[in-house]
Design a protein around this ligand. Structure first.
Ligand code: GDP
Ligand code: IMO
Ligand code: MG
Length: 435
């Protein structure tokens, strides 16, 4: 399948909400017209679903383009890699007949270890205190602690270190010393034993050796050879550590702005930025979500959209589409066109609400509040649009959508100021309308 827009040299796919917008499906679609698919941020906190011929694949670290044979799959330097999860994932794919031979990993990507996952859990428990406190509701995949160590330097391990056992051992001894002090009293077993960690990680390193490379030079070589690159954002804009609803965010730059640092490819090479949005809004974990519906509407969306986490299985918080937040994300990412996902889920509502402004302490604003404390005080202002009763999962052209559904898409385009180029009406590859 090809889209109606001509492929650029570089395309980015980024989530415009709080994750799980359907990035995996769109990356899979666009992979057809690209040569290389690149992850640049996050780690196994991401869960990207692709459904091919009724078969469902959930990808966490491996770029979603892997399902197209012949595509180079790259895990860039900005990703934090849980090696055991990566091996599990490649083995599971191979067992299902998907070749992962083309997968390469940056020698400068950081390694998520067992103690990062312990630390993630430990911090969340401490932050929660007695009554919920300031826990973030992380995926407990060790993402925050690993990025923190990257910034701290002395306690960090990079993929390239796995191939230098002596240096690795020294680094792990330092790291374990720090972590033992931090995780005092916790029975960490082998997770804080530098010898055991060294032998385990070196063994994994040996298995990974053929895949470990300088991905920055590789990507620049590709660009010079005229190859088309597709960047796959993990997590999403409102979870970006700088531009999201801090502190209720993840620890990386999930936006298109993160591509340069996460891969070494300068931003000016980007021709197309596809923003992925749901026809409504969801969020997993803690933090404000102005349009959340803790009622029958939210429950209906959750059940129709099967809104349960791909990574953790947690029920997602569901609510109406927040266009104030979405327009902010379009601005931050330099979005060129939008994919409107899970549109089929909204069938059957008499009226559909969309949030077009916030009331904050009696003042109306159409600006997003990219701060988790400020945003908690925003009251959504809704505009009501007529719904559609017909199921739309079998529709294949925008003009064949019910008239009110077409109006919903028109309204979104006008509000966001960008074209909706893809409309998705089901999880399958074929359930896609290209506009
Ligand atoms: P990602 O993290 O952005 O890749 O999204 P997830 O895979 O975590 O969550 C999106 C879910 O919606 C997955 O279960 C997809 O299979 C599913 N999905 C994607 N597009 C559609 C759609 O248009 N309609 C429906 N009903 N499901 C969809
Ligand atoms: P994809 O790529 C949804 C959320 C977590 C938590 C916060 C911090 O599938 O869209 P972390 O473990 O990263 O420290 O958790 O970020 N979160 C996601 N929510 N989809 C994701 O990824 C997410 N990645 C992180 O729920 O609130
Ligand atoms: Mg997901």
């Amino acid at each position: 399948m090809t889209t109606s827009t001509s492929p650029g040299t570089c395309t980015a796919v980024v989530g415009l909400h709080w994750g799980d917008e359907g990035k995996g499906k769109v990356v899979d679609l666009l992979a057809a017209e690209h040569d290389t698919v690149v992850r640049y941020n996050g780690g196994a906190n991401a869960g990207h679903t692709v459904v091919v011929d009724g078969q469902k694949f959930a990808l966490h670290l491996v770029p979603s383009g892997i399902l197209y044979p012949g595509k180079l799959a790259v895990v860039g330097n900005g990703v934090v890699v849980d090696l055991e999860k990566l091996l599990e994932e490649t083995e599971a794919l191979e067992a299902r007949g998907v070749s992962t031979e083309s997968l390469v990993v940056s020698s400068r990507a950081h390694v998520v270890t067992a103690y990062h996952k312990l630390e993630d859990e430990f911090r969340e428990r401490l932050a929660a205190g007695d009554g919920g406190g300031s826990a973030i509701g992380t995926t407990k995949r060790g993402i925050g602690p690993c990025y923190a160590d990257k910034a701290q330097r002395a306690t960090a391990v990079r993929i390239g270190d796995l191939l230098r056992p002596d240096a690795l051992h020294e680094k792990l001894e330092t790291a374990c010393r720090f972590k033992r002090a931090l995780l005092e009293g916790l029975d960490a077993g082998e997770a804080l034993d530098a010898d055991a960690l060294t032998s385990r990680l070196s063994a994994v390193g040996e298995r990974l050796r053929p895949r470990i490379t300088d991905t920055t030079y590789l990507l620049h070589d590709q660009l010079r050879a005229g190859k088309r690159l597709l960047f796959e954002g993990g997590n999403a804009t409102l979870l970006d550590v700088d531009h999201g609803t801090y502190p209720y965010v993840t620890s990386s730059n999930c936006t298109a702005l993160g591509i340069s640092t996460g891969t070494g490819v300068p931003g000016r090479g980007l021709d197309r930025v596809v923003g992925i949005m749901k026809a409504y809004t969801t969020r997993v974990g803690a933090g404000p979500m102005p349009t959340e519906q803790k009622n029958e509407t939210g429950n209906r969306i959750r059940e129709r959209g099967r809104e349960y986490g791909t990574t953790t299985g947690r029920p997602r918080r569901c609510g109406w589409l927040d266009l104030v937040a979405t327009r902010y994300s379009v601005m931050i990412n330099g979005v060129t066109d939008v994919a409107l996902m899970l549109f089929d889920v909204l069938a059957g509502f008499d009226q559909i609400q969309v949030c077009t402004a916030y009331d904050v302490a009696g003042e109306r604003t159409d600006r997003f509040l990219p701060d988790g404390i400020d945003l908690a005080h925003a009251e959504p202002v809704y505009q009501s649009l007529p719904g559609f009763s017909e199921e739309i999962t079998a529709v294949r052209a925008r003009r064949d959508l019910p008239a009110t559904a077409q109006k919903y898409v028109d309204f979104i385009e006008e509000f966001l100021g960008v074209r909706v180029s893809i409309i998705s009406v089901g999880p399958g590859r074929e359930q896609t309308l290209l506009a």
